[in-house]
Design a protein around this ligand. Structure first.
Ligand SMILES: Nc1nc2c(c(=O)[nH]1)N[C@H]1C(S)=C(S)[C@@H](COP(=O)(O)O)O[C@H]1N2
Ligand SMILES: [Mo]
Length: 378
């Protein structure tokens, strides 16, 4: 089982999973950071939901594959002499960030979706930089192992393509006995089967038809107040009973001609729009609900903001974590960018952001700000 062939098959699968995970992860990071050169669009509305679902699913599938791969190759870590040449030395040094980084990524990610963040540093910052280091080491590793991998994978093709007298080899010219081949198949079936089951038992948190199978998922997309989940409770930010008599939504900042201070009734008196939009949490769960409220673009127009205005949405919560979120000029114009007063025809539950929450297309959950008190316009 501890053969080049098994290592190669697991390696290819891990390479694909890590690449998808990396691309979707960098995208998610950029959406949350929004550097100046990065123009995020509000359409297609469910795009982020798919990319982040893939991120968490490929990360979870990687865990059994990574452990299987380490089990297959770890005796090779102790071969003698440790370094045969300069190139070999570089390849071996790259194993440290590759193995350490890979393990850190999958387990910090797994922790994060269970809201377990025991690190002294910010989860996203650490996870992001570890990803670049790990992928750098992976590029070195793939370069060093490409020839071996191709040889190990082609051994079987050679057998099939031949006259039938060839046995599957390990690339070393020796035939592989059938018992060994059966053991390898069983081992690989266990590794891939475990990866498949771990994935099937969690993707129900975002893939509706599988929600009954979401046994390993931290959340079910249909369980919570008003029928969907909550991460941050109103209680935890002291906003369980917001007084509507004193509530005001401020629309102000350098981008408006007339600053607004609107009561809840003022908002209810404005034209209401309804849209089905997902909350797609970075933790990989998502849920689509039907939201009703005031369009951000109507509020901006009423405040005399110019076309091209951008805004920062500010929550009434005191704690800084996820208190604000950005609305760029594309989002500000979108017909479904709402300050929602209601979900599925009912006023928002306090845990869902009563009296007013932002909800818009193609945004990470962390940017669907609850308990909104202010739109600061530029
Ligand atoms: N003010 C505020 N809005 C917030 C949050 C928060 O902590 N504070 N959490 C965000 C996150 S991470 C997600 S996924 C969505 C949905 O989270 P919920 O499940 O807590 O409603 O709301 C977002 N809005
Ligand atoms: Mo979230």
């Amino acid at each position: 089982v501890r053969s080049e062939r098994v290592a190669a098959i697991l390696g290819v699968a891990l390479g694909i999973a890590f690449s998808v995970c990396f691309a979707t992860g960098v995208l998610s990071h950029l959406v949350q950071e929004r550097p100046g050169w990065f123009e995020w669009r509000p359409r297609p509305a469910g795009f982020y939901r798919v990319t982040q679902g893939l991120h968490v699913a490929t990360g979870i599938a990687s865990i059994p594959l990574l452990l299987a791969k380490l089990w297959v190759v770890y005796p090779k870590l102790f071969t003698w002499p440790p370094v045969r040449s300069a190139a070999h030395g570089v390849e071996r040094i790259a194993l440290l960030p590759l193995i350490g980084g890979g393990l850190f990524l999958v387990f910090s990610g797994l922790g994060n979706i269970h809201v377990y963040r025991p690190f002294a540093f910010d989860f996203r910052t650490g996870h992001y930089w570890a990803a670049w280091i790990t992928m750098g080491a992976l590029v070195v590793h793939v370069g060093a192992k490409a020839a071996t991998t191709r040889r190990a994978l082609l051994a079987r093709a050679h057998r099939h393509g031949g006259d039938g007298s060839h046995e599957e080899g390990d690339g070393d010219g020796l035939a592989t006995p059938p018992r060994v081949r059966a053991d390898r198949r069983a081992f690989l079936a266990t590794a891939f089967g475990t990866a498949a089951l771990a994935t099937v038992f969690t993707v129900g948190q975002t893939v509706r038809p599988l929600r009954k199978l979401a046994l390993l998922a931290p959340r079910r997309p249909d369980v919570g107040p008003q029928g969907f989940p909550v991460n941050r409770l109103a209680r935890s930010v002291g906003l369980t009973d917001v007084d509507l008599a004193s509530y005001r939504l401020l629309v102000d900042g350098p981008g408006v001609a007339t600053p607004l201070s609107l009561t809840y009734d003022d908002l209810r008196a404005m034209p209401q729009h309804t849209a089905a939009l997902p909350i797609a949490c970075v933790e990989g769960w998502s849920t689509t609900q039907t939201w009703t409220g005031v369009r951000v673009r109507d509020l901006l127009a009423r405040a005399g903001a110019r076309d091209g205005a951008e805004a920062t949405v500010v929550s009434m919560q005191r704690s800084r974590r996820q208190r604000t979120s950005p609305v760029n000029r594309h989002e500000a114009r979108d017909r479904d960018m709402l300050l929602a007063l209601a979900v599925n025809g009912e006023p928002l539950h306090p845990d869902h952001g009563f009296p007013v929450r932002l909800i818009g297309p193609n945004r990470p959950g962390v940017q669907q700000t609850k308990w909104v008190g202010r739109l600061e316009v530029r």
